[in-house]
Design a protein around this ligand. Structure first.
Ligand SMILES: NC(=O)c1ccc[n+]([C@@H]2O[C@H](COP(=O)([O-])OP(=O)(O)OC[C@H]3O[C@@H](n4cnc5c(N)ncnc54)[C@H](OP(=O)(O)O)[C@@H]3O)[C@@H](O)[C@H]2O)c1
Length: 370
């Protein structure tokens, strides 16, 4: 039930690093109000809010998640707790009839994924999962290039997600454990898997992976490489690691039978991409295209836009995600990254982890029937 001034009420559970971005985004949305906050420790939560320069004088604070679920002035529950808590909380929120913003990873095993799917289906609530890089202009443009056929038939897709997460991270104590963080892909690299799925427009039918462990402190392997057989004979590859001595790097490559997108460069071999045609057709005002040369001196097209180049959540496009769930709740329509859609990304992560545990043995997908 919307609040007195006809805005959707929002309750946030787990007031840490990521929650601050969700709260800030809801505060900027004219159709929503953060009405409740839930944390194990009120003083710690208030300190986290103050650190993020957030003021919520009218939001009620509780230490009991059930209070959020019972509150008539909570329409949307935001779940920004550690990974191992997401599934049970999402199932409870759906059971209480609340719409849900769910942080990744959604579920940590098949049972959790099915549990979330069934609870959300039963309740008919709206959900959005924080694969917010889908709102980054480079990823949006890449997805459009592929879906509009301008790259031709996809032959290969590759994403690298290299993010050196150590004890600087506020969630270090829980993320480094198997019980709570679980695995590199589940805790972090799922963003790369999701980008490959979404931008490449092909589902994985088989996965084979290897992992290794270098960074001290983690209970789980800290690098994983994943090879994928994609629909339509295409191949996919994800490298995801916290081990590399370099700044945060998120790199995307899509190679079709007409043209290739390598991060911010478009290249071709036989069929020239027409810059004027592409600039006219480009639907994204925040993406500019210009003539360039590739490292070999051949003609190419440079893509100028905000890149997915920061680990800091304050640089991530959460606003678009939050605006989408609010619009979808108000207009009673499905979001573009529902738990059903995100489940497919999570299944690839689980398959890759299983394959790596088995020394690289191929694992077939999907795991879960519709
Ligand atoms: N989509 C993205 O780009 C992105 C980026 C970063 C994080 N995330 C996700 O967001 C979630 C939260 O991560 P974060 O970086 O915000 O971590 P964080 O700063 O540690 O925040 C987690 C919050 O949950 C609370 N919490 C911890 N253990 C809990 C427990 N056992 N029961 C209930 N509450 C507990 C903590 O508060 P108290 O200890 O004070 O209770 C803390 O405020 C994770 O699932 C992570 O994967 C997503």
């Amino acid at each position: 039930m919307p609040t007195a001034d006809n805005r959707l009420g929002v309750g946030v559970y787990g007031i840490g690093w990521c929650a601050a971005q969700h709260i800030a985004a809801f505060q900027k949305n004219p159709h929503a109000d953060v009405t409740w906050l839930c944390a194990r420790d009120e003083a710690r939560a208030r300190a986290n809010l103050a650190n993020a320069n957030l003021e919520l004088p009218h939001a009620r604070m509780t230490t009991r998640f059930d209070d959020l679920l019972a509150a008539p002035d909570v329409d949307i529950v935001v779940i920004t707790t550690p990974n191992h808590l997401h599934a049970a909380e999402a199932i409870a929120a759906a059971g209480a009839g609340k719409h849900i913003v769910l942080e990744k990873p959604t579920g940590l095993d098949l049972g959790e994924l099915v549990g979330i799917r069934d609870a959300v289906r039963r309740a008919g609530v709206r959900t959005i999962v924080s694969f917010e890089l889908r709102y980054n202009p480079l990823l949006r443009f890449a997805q459009w290039m592929q879906a509009s056929g301008r790259l031709g038939e996809l032959r290969f897709a590759r994403v690298q997600y290299l993010s050196r997460v150590t004890d600087w991270y506020p969630g270090w104590d829980w993320v480094r454990t198997r019980a709570s963080g679980r695995s590199h892909l589940l805790a972090a690299g799922c963003h790369a898997v999701d980008a490959l799925r979404w931008c490449g427009g092909r589902e994985a039918v088989e996965v084979s992976a290897f992992h290794t462990h270098f960074t001290a402190g983690y209970e789980w392997p800290t690098s994983i490489i994943v090879n994928m057989a994609l629909e339509g004979r295409a191949l996919g590859h994800v490298t995801s690691s916290t081990d590399f001595m370099m700044p945060y790097t998120f790199e995307l490559e899509l190679m079709g039978d007409r043209a290739t997108l390598r991060q911010d460069l478009l290249q071709w071999q036989d069929t020239t991409l027409d810059l004027d045609e592409l600039s006219t057709a480009n639907p994204f005002p925040d993406v500019a295209l210009e003539a360039a040369t590739d490292p070999g001196g051949r003609p190419a097209i440079r893509i100028r836009c905000a890149m997915p180049g920061s680990v800091d959540v304050s640089h991530h496009p959460f606003q678009a995600e939050i605006d989408e769930i609010v619009a979808c709740v108000l207009e009673d329509r499905e979001t573009s990254i529902s738990v059903f859609e995100a489940q497919k990304t999570m299944e690839i992560c689980l398959a890759a982890d299983r394959s790596a545990e088995l020394g690289g043995r191929p694992v077939s997908l999907p795991f879960i029937a519709e």
